[in-house]
Structures are given as C-alpha cells and as structure tokens.
Design a protein around this ligand. Structure first.
Ligand SMILES: Cc1cc2nc3c(=O)[nH]c(=O)nc-3n(C[C@H](O)[C@H](O)[C@H](O)COP(=O)(O)OP(=O)(O)OC[C@H]3O[C@@H](n4cnc5c(N)ncnc54)[C@H](O)[C@@H]3O)c2cc1C
Length: 381
C-alpha cells in the first residue's frame, strides 16, 4: 500500500559524491529529495583514492565541502612508458598554481560532502522501485523504512553510478582490472605523482599522506593472482612493473575494480537527466571521472537555479548541449590513452616515446596536458 504522495522539485537518485555535490549546489534553490539505496557512510570501506583537479578543489570549496586535511598536494607529474624511451614532466611551479591537483580518499571526499547535506532531504537506505514520467512531472515509487511511498518530482536526476549495459548504454570492456592499494616507499614522495604506461595497462602512483595510492592496471586474467599474492610478492611485482626510480617497502590491503567505458547515448529524457558515472563511466587513467562528473553537477545546477520548471525540455536540452564538448573530450582523452599505451607493438612504442618527448619539449603541448590536469576542459572551452 502506498502511504502518501510527497512532492519536490528535484529528486536525485544516488547520493554518492556527485549526487551530494549537486544537492549542495542547489541548496538555495529548488526543493530536493536525495535518495540512495545504501545507508549513509556505506563508503567507509571504499579503497579508492581520487586525483582531484585544482578546478575541482575550487568547486568543492564553493560547496563548503573541501577537506584540506584529507588532501595531499600533487606538485609534479612524471609520465613515462615501460620498456621505451621518452618521458614528460609537468610541474605546478610552471603554472603559478600551488598544486596541479590533490589526492583524497573517496571516503574522505564523501564524508566532507555528507557533512553538509541536510538530513531532511535524505532518503537512505531507500530503493527506487519504479519511475513513471509524465508531461508535467515524474512519479517515483520508493521502498523506504518498511513502507512504500510515492514521490512526485518535476525532474529526476540520475546519479547512481555505473549504468547497467542496455540499448541506451554503449559499453567497451577494456578487459582490464585496476588493483588499488596504499604502499610505502623508502624515500618520501615529495608530492610527485607517477603515471607509467606498461603493456599490461597504466600504473599510477599518487602521493597520499605519507604513502602512495597505487592504481595498478592489469589484464583481467592476471587480477585474481595479483590479489592473492602475499605483501612481499605483491611489492616485488609492483617493483618489476614500475622500475627502479622508487623502492617499495610496505603495502596495505588490496582491492580490484573491473574497467569498462560506459557511455549513455542521451544525457536527458522526459523529466530525467543523467550525471557523473551514470552518464559516463571512464577508465581511471589520468583521473578524469569524478572531475568531469563534478563539472556535470555544477553546470546542471547553474542551469536549474531560478527556473520555475527544472524539468522543462528546453532546460534539459540546454544542459545536454552545454556538456557535449567537455564530455567528448574527456572520453576521447582517457579512451585513447588506454588504447594507444596498453600494448607492446614496437612501432607504437617508438611513436609513444616520440609523443612523450614532444609533450616534454613542446611547451604548447605540455600546457594543453597540464591545463587538463589543473582545470579539466575549462581552459579550452
Ligand atoms: C580504481 C578507480 C580509481 C579512480 N580514480 C579517479 C581519480 O583519480 N580521479 C577521478 O576524478 N575519478 C576517479 N575515478 C572515478 C570516480 O570514482 C567516479 O567518477 C566517481 O566515484 C563517480 O561518482 P558518482 O557519484 O557518479 O558515482 P558513485 O561514486 O558510484 O556513487 C553512486 C551512488 O549511487 C548509489 N546507488 C547506486 N545504485 C542506486 C540505485 N539504484 N538507487 C539509489 N542509489 C543508488 C550508490 O550507493 C552510491 O552512493 C576512479 C574510479 C576507480 C574505479
């Protein structure tokens, strides 16, 4: 039995980092319901660390959700390939900014956002049983606190993370998994991040506190054995893959994530819009997913504030148009990095080396890559 029907302007389905960021960006505007299938704090054991662009820090600061104590600065990025020549070095000093970016655990980021979200707007844990869309509004059927209730909204924003495959969602399975862990090195990291391309996939080391957060990409069939290794054997494998520039001495627990590209064909539908991972789930190479999704949330909020009907077709069409370049650019950037670098064909190895050298020696190219790290797409829009 449906107990009652409530009405809000906007229902956000998925109260992960981006659903929460959107709710905060809309704080002084429309009425909101923020719905998540998991209880609050369920992210406490999420093992991910995220590289956040300097531009993301600025947006999080405006949302009052920047936790500087949980953030480690990236002052320099070193990019190279295993078994080939060429390398690129990008330093914050060259761009007059205190940092190229920051590294933060997913759970610290989620905690900082959750601390600002008003409890009154939250439905969690709560499952969305059905969504029916009409001309003027959408109706969500919710199972919440043992009851079925109905919620009417002028707009439903989907922020529930990686979408299931289906006719609306294009999937490219990279046949890779990311093994994540926090590791210690003999010498301090000096705020330098490393991106090392190997035939197995990219290997990233991000400075985090006194450690490095490792994102070790491997073909899917190697992932289980890597997870099963004892710490010493894991460190030896990591050392062999990374090379001798750092000496790894201790490792924390490991976890793995399967890697696919999932792209929703349309960002909007009648009375609905998709943001963040629910719109595009990217390979983690070069740390674009959250940063891009935060720009989704920010731009959507800017377009919705002060609109009497946030789900009006013209408003949604304007949003989809406005996100096109940033979205396409970020997808193309990550997808081509994975495809160009995750193989061992000798001609490509030479071409990659020349590419890395070119980026290093040619200031405009280096600035292009640096701006993407610092600002995302804003610098060339
Ligand atoms: C290994 C790894 C490393 C990464 N590194 C970086 C990085 O360095 N930089 C970067 O920018 N990005 C990185 N990313 C990407 C980043 O994690 C995501 O882009 C980001 O988490 C997306 O946030 P989201 O809120 O859209 O989705 P999620 O974080 O997936 O949150 C979705 C929320 O929706 C809820 N939910 C799910 N289904 C439902 C449902 N049916 N109904 C209601 N609620 C639901 C979930 O409980 C969750 O709270 C990385 C990803 C991985 C896997």
């Amino acid at each position: 039995m449906i107990e009652n029907t409530e009405a809000v302007d906007i229902a956000i389905v998925g109260a992960g980092p981006l659903g929460m960021a959107l709710a905060l960006a809309l704080e002084r505007g429309p009425s909101i319901a923020l719905i998540d299938s998991r209880a609050r704090g369920a992210w406490a054991d999420d093992p991910r660390a995220l590289a956040l662009a300097h531009g993301s820090r600025q947006l999080l600061e405006r949302l009052g959700a920047w936790n500087s104590e949980a953030a480690t600065l990236i002052r320099e990025i070193h990019v190279s390939q295993r078994g080939g020549f060429g390398r690129t070095r990008i330093a914050a000093d060259d761009y007059g900014t205190p940092a190229l970016g920051y590294v933060m655990r997913y759970r610290d980021l989620a905690d900082a956002l959750a601390a600002r979200v008003p409890a009154a707007s939250l439905f969690a844990p709560c499952s969305v049983e059905a969504i029916e869309t009409g001309e003027e509004s959408a109706t969500l059927t919710l199972a919440h606190e043992g009851a079925t209730r109905s919620l009417r909204a002028k707009l439903v924003v989907h922020a529930e993370g990686m979408p299931a495959a289906g006719p609306e969602v294009r999937v490219r399975d990279y046949q890779q998994q990311a093994i994540v862990a926090e590791v210690r090195t003999r010498l301090p990291h000096g705020h330098r991040a490393w991106e090392r391309f190997t035939p197995d996939g990219p290997l990233a080391l991000l400075p985090l506190g006194e450690s490095y957060a490792v994102v070790f990409t491997v073909p899917s069939d190697k992932a289980a054995s890597l997870l099963a290794l004892g710490d010493d054997d894991f460190l030896a494998t990591l050392q062999a893959q990374f090379g001798k520039r750092l000496e790894f001495v201790a490792s924390g627990p490991r976890a793995s994530f399967p890697l696919t590209l999932r792209l929703r064909a349309q960002l909007t539908g009648p009375r609905q819009v998709w943001i963040g991972n629910s719109a595009q789930t990217l390979h983690p190479v070069s740390g674009q997913g959250f940063n891009l999704g935060l720009r989704d949330a920010w731009q959507l909020a800017a377009g919705l504030l002060d609109r009497p009907d946030p789900g009006a077709p013209a408003t949604l069409a304007g949003y989809a148009r406005g996100r096109r370049i940033d979205r396409r650019g970020s997808v193309a950037f990550t997808d081509s990095l994975v495809r160009i670098f995750s193989n061992d064909l000798p001609p490509l190895r030479v071409a990659r080396g020349l590419g890395l050298l070119a980026v290093d020696l040619c200031p405009p190219l280096r600035h292009f890559v640096a701006r993407r790290m610092i600002w995302g797409a804003r610098a060339w829009l």
